[in-house]
Design a protein around this ligand. Structure first.
Ligand SMILES: C[S@@+](CC[C@H](N)C(=O)[O-])C[C@H]1O[C@@H](n2cnc3c(N)ncnc32)[C@H](O)[C@@H]1O
Length: 396
């Protein structure tokens, strides 16, 4: 039996990833994490609106490198630094890079995200950080969030992939323990697979088949030493303490579109995108969150009244066209489509708003002409608020 009394959960996490580097140690079983990382276009539009492609990228907690290789394919010329506290994972990543053969080499380094000197060791000034499947396993992740803020540009962004309240492990761990399994120290035995098969049959919710998951995934995600399976509200508050503002989640546009179909999205008003995301998640908890965060207050929109202090601009996530309105000749119908999330919806705007919208699209990421068309009355501010949460516009 391992001695859990003297070993911290951080040390146990490290040992667990040293024993089973994630996601795998050989190319054949590495898979492609491209599907689980959100599109770069969304990361840029919500996290760094109006900015060019990132030049300096940090992969925080890179495991054996698959996330870094995906980013390299998306950004062939950017400088990419990828770190992990498991020396074995970094050794595997370096070996795999030799056969990856894709663009500028990635710098792989051993580093602990929780250490106070973390930012100094890396040189700072990153304009995009991705941290996928890492913070859910670190006690007091605010320390890491603070460190990441310290090595990011002021207009830099952080993508976080973290567990939600509805993550299967929240209920699965106590269930396995109640059936006599030692959940803190996974043994990939037949009984575990049989129980997971039963779990899958009872939880046919499209969340993935646990019985067929690798021992590496089960060791970290189900039977690991520490879990933060938290709501958006909890992650948002930790991020805030670490110096970050939640600017959006990947499910927010879809959830808001559902609300718009029933014409009841305005019950959420007034609130910025981060608070709206937290309120929607509280009503329908997710198992995993993909969140974009920005430094300080950069992502917040004052929707409560008066002119907004900051400038805001078109994100480029949507295309818009105008159609004749059935409401009257002073109105137009704006039809929005977002190929990234396969969304399409329309709304009625006044002629003045339609013209301001045309100006905004033409100006691209920069502050629009005629912004007063959106800020002068409550109805216009509501529209602007809604479009911020949907990712049509972003506050700069
Ligand atoms: C589930 S894996 C995810 C790897 C990679 N991000 C991916 O999605 O493929 C979690 C990784 O976080 C690393 N990790 C956990 N705590 C860490 C810390 N304090 N400092 C650096 N890396 C850490 C682990 O070693 C492990 O490789």
């Amino acid at each position: 039996m391992p001695d859990h009394s003297t070993v911290t959960s951080e040390e146990r996490t490290k040992r667990s990833y040293e024993r089973r580097p994630y996601p795998a140690t050989d190319r054949g079983r590495l898979g492609d994490q491209g599907a689980s990382l959100p599109p770069l276009k969304w990361m840029q539009a919500i996290g760094r609106p109006g900015r060019g492609a990132p030049q300096r990228v940090l992969i925080a907690g890179c495991g054996t490198g698959v996330e870094a290789f995906v980013m390299r394919r998306r950004l062939p010329t950017a400088e990419i630094v990828a770190v992990d506290f498991s020396p074995r994972s970094i050794a595997v990543a370096r070996r795999l890079q030799r056969t990856e053969n894709a663009g500028r080499p990635i710098t792989f380094a051993v580093a602990d995200l929780t250490e106070e000197a973390f930012a100094q060791g890396l040189g700072g000034a990153f304009d995009l950080i991705t941290c996928h499947g890492v913070l859910s396993y670190i006690p007091r992740p605010e320390r890491v969030l603070k460190n990441l803020a310290a090595c990011t540009q002021r207009d830099g962004a952080l993508y976080l992939g973290v567990n939600g309240e509805a993550h299967p492990a929240t209920r699965l761990r106590p269930w396995l323990a109640s059936l006599g399994l030692a959940v803190d120290e996974l043994r990939d035995e037949r009984r575990l697979r049989e129980l997971l098969g039963l779990w899958d049959a009872l939880n046919d919710d499209g969340g993935g088949e646990l019985a067929s998951m690798s021992a590496t995934y089960l060791g970290g995600d189900v039977c690991g030493p520490h879990f933060n399976n938290w709501s958006v509200a909890q992650w948002r508050s930790k991020a805030h303490r670490g110096g970050w503002e939640l600017a959006g989640t990947d499910v927010l546009p879809m959830a808001l579109q559902l609300a718009m179909e029933r014409a009841n999205q305005s019950v959420l008003f007034p609130a910025g995108a981060g608070l709206v995301a937290a309120r929607l998640d509280a009503a329908r908890p997710a198992g995993f969150h993909r969140m974009m965060l920005r430094r300080g207050k950069a992502g917040a929109l004052d929707v409560t009244g008066g002119a907004t202090a900051r400038s805001w601009g078109w994100t480029g996530l949507y295309a818009v066209r105008f159609a004749k309105s059935s409401v009257g000749k002073n109105n137009e119908t704006a039809v929005f489509s977002c190929p990234t999330f396969h969304l399409r919806w329309s709304c009625e705007v006044t002629k003045a708003q339609a013209n301001a919208l045309r100006g905004l699209v033409a100006a691209g990421g920069d502050a629009p002409q005629g912004r007063h068309a959106w800020e002068r009355d409550d109805a216009s501010r509501r529209l602007l608020w809604l479009w911020t949460a949907l990712g049509v516009v972003a506050v700069k």
